[in-house]
Design a protein around this ligand. Structure first.
Ligand SMILES: [Cu+2]
Length: 143
């Protein structure tokens, strides 16, 4: 009986934690913010992204194909780990970087126009993947 009570408590604690995390989730995930990466004098298209629970801001980044892109990505200073993944080998982009509060610089040159999804690959046990919680965005590669 005591064992059963312990299990019940554990189930309750885990659900309460899950509900707590879900309700503290900001509505920001639903808002879409778009930016056009600006090309510097050196022709490099630069944009800055902030990652957090559970969003990328901006979540749409427009670039042009055939010129180098440099993304500077950092995450909010909380304990939840985040990552930036963009797998579009057909467009010459393969990135998967764990993020920290110190900005991480990611470079690639998109070779093919199209819309490519990026996301956070964190998928903690007992919780939903960050991708399913809205930690996704789109790289718009124009001609
Ligand atoms: Cu994440």
């Amino acid at each position: 009986m005591r064992q059963q009570a312990k299990i019940l408590f554990a189930v309750f604690a885990v659900s309460a934690l899950g509900i707590g995390l879900a309700s503290s989730r900001p509505a920001r995930a639903a808002e879409e913010e778009r930016t056009v990466a600006t090309a510097g004098a050196d022709g490099v298209q630069r944009a800055t992204i902030l990652a957090g629970s559970y969003f990328f801001k901006p979540s749409r980044i427009a670039v042009k194909a055939g010129a180098p892109v440099e993304l500077t990505i950092s995450k909010e200073p909380d304990v939840i780990p985040h990552n930036f993944t963009l797998e579009a080998a057909e467009a010459g982009i393969t990135v998967s970087e764990d993020l920290g509060t110190k900005p991480k610089v990611v470079r690639f040159t998109p070779t093919k126009p199209g819309n490519y999804e990026f996301y956070c690959d964190k998928n903690p046990a007992l919780f939903k993947s960050h991708r399913s919680l809205g930690m996704v965005g789109t790289l718009e590669v124009g001609p």
